[in-house]
Ligand binder design. Structure first.
Ligand code: AMP
Ligand code: MG
Length: 490
């Protein structure tokens, strides 16, 4: 009885369209109840936009729902099946520690997956315990919300609760559940799973479902699955360009971690680059640098090629024709990506108009940054603040020469200097989630002090504000903080 009332007062309004797909795509699986759930953080703004009542979510039964100890009315918990290429090797995966409660349909009719990450074992858990630790769940919360504030498509974080149980990693850690909100959790790996283990009808059902859930209708006469491929490519090109523009390194771009919605998903070993270096890798397990900063666009194409392969039976009855169509679509990535990236760079440099040499103007700045080991974010920040005396790079003759070219470029556009600086402010974040700041917030949080985390979240929610209270967050870490490493699956 209480369960139903709780569901209603919290505003849960579930539909379960994924559960209406063929059974092969999921296993019904309730979350494992947590021993003693406690709310650590609730994203009240996000809750509001989802039509949820924060006060009700904070009450005991509300928190129990976020911990998986109570199932809200209308939810139909399931674990999704998927496969994926992990570092290039194909494996059967699936939600090993996440349970999809269902899709929250918002008051304005939008649909979002509500997934509990760290909610216990599922049939896809393999050797894992199905659990997650507080630190990494808060890390996902911080970085995904920072990405959202930066204007980058991403899954969101609604809440983190502790379970009251310790989990075993290298040591005992407090267990936690993150409520992840996503346009959907359909991945390249979902299609790989369908192509490998499903029938053609099942693959087609998944493709039709994905089209309907995320994309407009194809033009009359156009092959709908080629349209799907092209749209997915377009969104990934735009997404990866946005990552590159802010210096975000995903760290584990396996095909199961690429969402067809075009949202950034799976915040494991990701981190923001500080010193500009195209070869930057943070993940401890990425020994070959497969997922290095500069490789991200190429890996995206590799992953999209795996996606295209799954669609071949739907593209054309003739295999050769199907391959030709897929290759044509994949060839479009490079131009779309470069276009998005260059336009983003133009905005970062205050350029409203387009000139043929803009690409080389950007490249020569980046080369100089690499040579002088300049901080990526702070270089653009200093240019935006019109204060290029702040870093060593700005004292070099090469920079003076570059500055002359840039100023001359500004002079060739009709906009005023003020307008250009304004454009730069809107496109160059004053603050990003600096690794040392994130670590400090997590260190304090696991000891029960959430004040550092709250302040950090507040600063990261307004990355383009350029307020004085944000200044300390732009500061670089002490040299002792390097080399910074991140870890997967924690
Ligand atoms: P990821 O590296 O986060 O993309 O995870 C790869 C796969 O491992 C996914 O199928 C996850 O569900 C699974 N996984 C990660 N951690 C655990 C865990 N602690 N227990 C069970 N499965 C896990
Ligand atoms: Mg994953």
């Amino acid at each position: 009885m209480t369960e139903k009332k709780a569901g209603r007062s919290a505003g849960w309004n579930f539909d379960n369209s994924y559960a209406r797909l063929p059974q092969t795509f999921f296993t019904e699986q309730p979350p494992t109840p947590a021993r003693s759930p406690k709310l650590v953080i609730l994203n009240e703004a996000l809750a509001g936009s989802l039509g949820l009542n924060s006060d009700a979510l904070k009450r005991e039964d509300g928190v129990e729902a976020l911990a998986g100890s109570q199932i809200p009315e209308g939810a139909l918990p399931l674990a999704q099946a998927y496969a994926g290429h992990q570092f290039g090797y194909f494996t059967m995966l699936g939600d090993g520690r996440a349970v999809l409660l269902g899709e929250q349909v918002t008051p304005d009719g939008q649909r979002f997956d509500i997934q509990l990450k760290g909610a216990g074992r599922t049939p896809y858990s393999r050797r894992g315990d199905g659990r997650a630790a507080l630190g990494p769940m808060l890390r996902e919360y911080i970085i995904s919300e920072a990405m959202h504030a930066l204007g980058i498509p991403t899954t969101r974080s609604l809440a983190v609760v502790t379970t009251g149980e310790n989990i075993i990693r290298e040591t005992y850690l407090p267990g936690a559940v993150l409520t992840r909100v996503a346009a959907s959790h359909i991945r390249v790996g979902t299609f790989q799973y369908a192509a490998k283990w499903g029938t053609k009808e099942e693959l087609q059902a998944l493709a039709d479902y994905t089209l309907e859930r995320h994309f407009a209708k194809p033009d009359e006469g156009e092959n709908r699955y080629l349209f799907l491929l092209k749209e997915v490519i377009k969104r990934q090109a735009a997404l990866i360009a946005k990552w590159q523009l802010v210096g975000f390194i995903h760290g584990v771009m396996n095909t199961d971690n690429m969402a067809l919605s075009g949202e950034t998903i799976d915040y494991g070993p990701c981190a923001f680059m500080d010193t500009f270096d195209p070869a930057t890798v943070f993940s401890s397990i990425d020994e070959q640098g497969r997922y290095a900063y500069a490789n991200q666009p190429y890996i995206a194409v590799w992953n999209l090629s795996r996606f295209a392969e799954t669609l071949l039976p739907l593209l054309h009855d003739d295999q050769e024709q199907a391959v030709k169509a897929a290759e044509g679509a994949l060839a479009g990535f490079a131009e779309q990506y470069t276009g998005e990236w260059l336009n983003g760079m133009r905005a970062k440099l205050g350029l409203f108009t387009e000139e043929e040499q803009d690409g080389s103007l950007v490249e020569s700045l980046l080369k100089l940054m690499e040579k002088e080991k300049a901080d990526y974010t702070n270089t653009f920040r200093a240019l935006t603040l019109d204060k290029p005396q702040e870093s060593a790079m700005f004292g070099t003759p090469e920079f003076t020469e570059w500055l002359g070219q840039w100023q001359a470029r500004w002079d060739r556009q009709p906009q005023s200097k003020e307008e250009s600086l304004q454009l730069m402010r809107q496109n160059n974040p004053a603050v990003i989630p600096r690794n040392h700041r994130v670590e400090a917030a997590l260190d304090a949080a696991v000891t029960g002090d959430f004040s550092v985390l709250e302040r950090l979240l507040d600063v990261l929610a307004r990355p383009f504000a350029y307020t004085t209270d944000q200044e300390e967050y732009a500061a670089l870490p002490a040299p002792s903080h390097y080399p910074y490493q991140t870890y997967c699956g924690t």
